[in-house]
Design a protein around this ligand. Structure first.
Ligand code: AMP
Ligand code: MG
Length: 307
């Protein structure tokens, strides 16, 4: 998944559990990586259809979040991602004409899941880059729990899954990166048994007449400009946390808070958010008031959102 992962587990079976978790991650990576010709996602993108129970389940979640976010999350952005070539050898800014031609192949309606079968139409291609790490976090958490592990940290390149609390029973402390200087942090979140996932401008991108980051607004085919430079989602489910961080980044502050209300009302899912705006504000939902401790050296203005 093009990142460094660190798994830490405590207790009797920790070592065997970690071996099994590593195996799970390698299997998932081999299945979901669209840049690996032998993956299941590559087969889907090549043949237009594939049967796989797990991929169908994950695609279904991606589609559901796509719909709930009004298309801000769209796992069919692959052709647009390729045109920008963010992680390749020749990143570039595609012309408006090129982007509008590519957008004809992008859209949630071009992706369908029927039982274990996934299908693409209109030349669409699947890219699970916005959800795969979180899903992998869920899978690792399940494997560790099956081995009887009750205390673990699943760090998938900065997206963190917490299994239980620390071995001494106290909550974990998770540093939230400063998007302007990722070696520093915005603050510390105290949490247990949840996922903390961040989408930010600093992760992948390039410079050419300005900085271009890798989170695409599916309406324009261009890096999203929503007024946010980073979104951290705290949510009990890894796949949801991951996809929602990407969706919120595209939606901006008002859209993110509206999506949060929709999730609570329609899915009975509670999420908390830390939003960093491009004018130097860190705004966090009131549910984090007791759990988020702003960094003292920070240059940001911190505000709880009372909604
Ligand atoms: P994340 O770092 O989780 O926010 O995911 C970013 C990755 O998700 C990108 O590298 C793309 O592979 C993919 N992606 C980019 N824009 C979108 C979008 N609007 N919806 C879904 N996936 C996206
Ligand atoms: Mg994501």
């Amino acid at each position: 998944m093009d990142t460094v992962m660190n798994l830490t587990a405590y207790g009797e079976n920790a070592s065997a559990a970690l071996d099994a978790a590593e195996e799970t991650l390698r299997t998932l990576d081999a299945k979901l990586d669209r840049h690996d010709e032998t993956s299941t996602v590559s087969a889907l993108n090549r043949d237009g259809t594939v049967e796989d129970a797990e991929l169908a389940q994950l695609t279904d979640i991606a589609q559901t979040i796509g719909a709930l976010s009004g298309g801000a999350f769209d796992p069919t952005v692959a052709p647009v991602m390729d045109a920008w070539d963010f992680t390749g050898d020749a990143p570039r800014v595609p012309s408006d004409e090129e982007l509008s031609a590519l957008l004809a192949h992008v859209g949630l309606e071009k992706l369908s899941v029927d039982g274990n079968t996934i299908a693409l139409s209109d030349g669409a291609q699947l890219d699970l880059g916005g959800i795969a790490k979180g899903y992998a976090g869920d899978a690792v958490r399940t494997v560790l729990a099956e081995f009887g592990v009750t205390s673990a940290v699943i760090d998938l390149g900065g997206d963190v899954g917490l299994l239980g609390a620390k071995p001494d029973g106290s909550d974990w402390r998770v540093a939230v990166k400063d998007p302007a200087a990722p070696s520093k942090f915005l603050g510390v979140l105290t949490a247990a048994d949840t996922f903390v996932v961040t989408s930010g401008i600093y992760e992948r991108g390039f410079e050419e007449n300005g900085v271009h980051h890798h989170i695409i607004d599916p309406k324009t085919g261009k890096p999203a400009e929503s007024g946010l430079v980073s979104v951290t989602v705290v949510c009990g489910d890894g796949a949801w946390a991951d996809a929602l961080s990407t969706a919120c980044f595209v939606l901006g502050e008002a859209g993110s808070l509206a999506l949060r209300d929709t999730l609570a009302a329609e899915k009975n899912l509670r999420i908390e958010l830390i939003l960093v705006t491009d004018d130097g504000h860190v705004r966090y939902t009131a549910g984090l008031a007791e759990r988020f401790e702003p960094s003292e050296e920070g240059t940001y203005v911190y505000e709880a959102i009372i909604a």
